[in-house]
Design a protein around this ligand. Structure first.
Ligand code: IPE
Ligand code: IPE
Ligand code: MG
Length: 224
């Protein structure tokens, strides 16, 4: 019998496949990133409707600086625009925004938009929306370890609960240095669907898939 109190899920998503989505349509990659931002809005709404506790989105990795200056600048502008436009709307739906990752290499306009979005939504108690920008899990773990090598100190520094379900869109089956510590026991779900095509029906199907899985955490699953 399940004895733990109901636990709200922490879902993490590697939002991959924007570029290929655009290229398949003969469109420039930035159009794919724009479509990806629209997909984020719909998934946040779906996460609220499905009572998800936390949603962590991989928006820009430390390795994504290797892309062309134009693509990087476009992504930075898109992130800034998203935060500026969405902050009030998210506050009105009781969503708290936190940004993970380094800030020292981001354009000043984006750093300011992050501060505003975090401040505007700080008192919200509904969905915790975490967006990873200039993020590397290894760097985050090293920074946390520098502050104290206990699991509690690491958890405090990394600032989150364990991930329950990790979704990667776009067809690749790798973690790309995302939430390595927090995903220690996460259920993994890889889908061929490219991020701009990943909508509420696909998100709800992923939650249903997760609900059918048995998590024994090294123990033995209860006999039904
Ligand atoms: C994910 O889509 C968005 C970011 C990494 C910023 P990609 O831009 O990686 O799209 P693909 O993988 O090239 O299709
Ligand atoms: C992972 O996608 C990072 C984000 C989705 C932001 P990438 O497209 O950068 O990953 P790799 O390089 O193919 O592993
Ligand atoms: Mg990619």
């Amino acid at each position: 019998m399940q004895t733990n109190p109901p636990h709200k899920l922490h879902v993490a998503i590697i939002m991959d496949g924007n570029g290929r989505w655009a290229e398949a349509r003969g469109l420039p990659r930035p159009i794919g990133h724009q479509a990806g931002a629209d997909a984020v809005r719909a998934i946040v709404r779906s996460a609220i409707e499905n009572d998800v506790g936390a949603l962590t989105l991989y928006a820009f990795s430390t390795y994504n600086w290797r892309r062309s200056d134009a693509e990087v600048a476009g992504l930075m502008a898109l992130l800034r625009h998203f935060l500026l436009v969405e902050a009030r709307q998210l506050r009105d739906t009781n969503v708290r925004i936190s940004i993970l990752g380094r800030r020292d290499r981001l354009p000043l306009g984006l750093v300011k938009a992050i501060a505003t979005a975090e401040r505007t939504t700080a008192a919200c108690s509904g969905l915790h929306l975490r967006i990873a920008i200039d993020y590397s899990a290894r760097e985050a773990i090293l920074a946390a370890a520098a502050a104290g090598l206990t699991p509690e100190a690491l958890a405090a520094q990394l600032g989150t609960e364990d991930v329950d379900l990790l979704i990667r869109t776009g067809g690749d089956r790798r973690l790309s240095d995302f939430l390595l510590w927090e995903c220690a026991y996460a259920e993994l779900l890889f889908t061929e669907v490219k991020w701009p095509d990943f909508g509420p029906p696909q998100f709800e199907a992923a939650l249903a898939d997760y609900a059918r899985r048995t998590r024994s955490f090294g123990g033995v699953a209860d006999a039904a």
